[in-house]
Write a new protein. Sequence first.
Length: 341
Amino acid sequence: MRNTRSIPTLDDVAKKAGVSTATVSRCINTPDRVVQSTRTRVLKAVEALGYTPNFGARVMAAKRTFTIGAIIPTMENAIFARGLQAFQEELRNRGYTLLVSSSSYDPQIEEEQIRALVARGADGLLLIGYDRDPALYRYLERQAVPALVAWAYAPDVALPAIGFDNRAAMALLAEKVLTFGHRRIGVISGVIKGNDRAANRVMGIKDALAARGISPDTMTVIETPYGFENGEIAMTELMQSSTPPTVVMCGNDVLAAGALRGASLLGFGVPDDVSVTGFDDIELARVVTPALTTVHVPHREMGTKAATALIALVEGGQSVGAQELTITLQLRDTLGPPKNI
């Protein structure tokens, strides 16, 4: 027999809670704008009645889906986790839902995901880094879907961005490495093609060498997909060469953790025999032994500010420009002066 029980409405919730329908709507969509006592009363009424907001009606009224898409390169490690968590928290506070997909560092997959999210009505997109076909940016502009770049900053690129200067950050770390006295530098980088963050970090090391009058050709660079085991394999290759480096600078903390294991398996002490540095300052950097010298990226600040900026683009169409966040060096136990140079 067909269930003829009426579906509870916004009016029903308002009457039961003794408030206006506008207050109920604010409690559901922007709860931070409602005092706790009223919010509690409304949510109790929602639960008692079994009310579910009419998403379709909200979309038609606002001409938005209140959905933001984010395409990250990988979900296999924690590089993006903290920033994305803060991004989602701020979106939720503002009444938006986050849809996340991973491109596996493949430009074709990323393009497919961008088009799929636009087709599903995403109001805006969070993209990682700048390096993609300009036609994609033109496509988003034609579709009137704003996009914001994060995890990178380039003042000469006319795109909204909340991030940091990867090149300058790695140059700062490399300068510290050189100050310790290192001259034989090995680099374990992520794959550079299609990844402006990886490319700029390698360029940052070259900048620091050039500033000291040292040829960048003196450093050895190994490109490898991000991953713990890949860092271990690359470290083995570097340390078994005829002139092994006195320091190995890694493109992120995951590669650096693998490099630490690779050094240990070969019988090299860190930093007594070889120094190791990372980039990102994820939790892994503090729990590995010895603790990892790295570049601290303000992931949560970046995520929160990216959400605020992207919502401003979606709701007001106002330009947010490019905002650079401050990075800092975390000098821990894996960096020391070279021996037996």
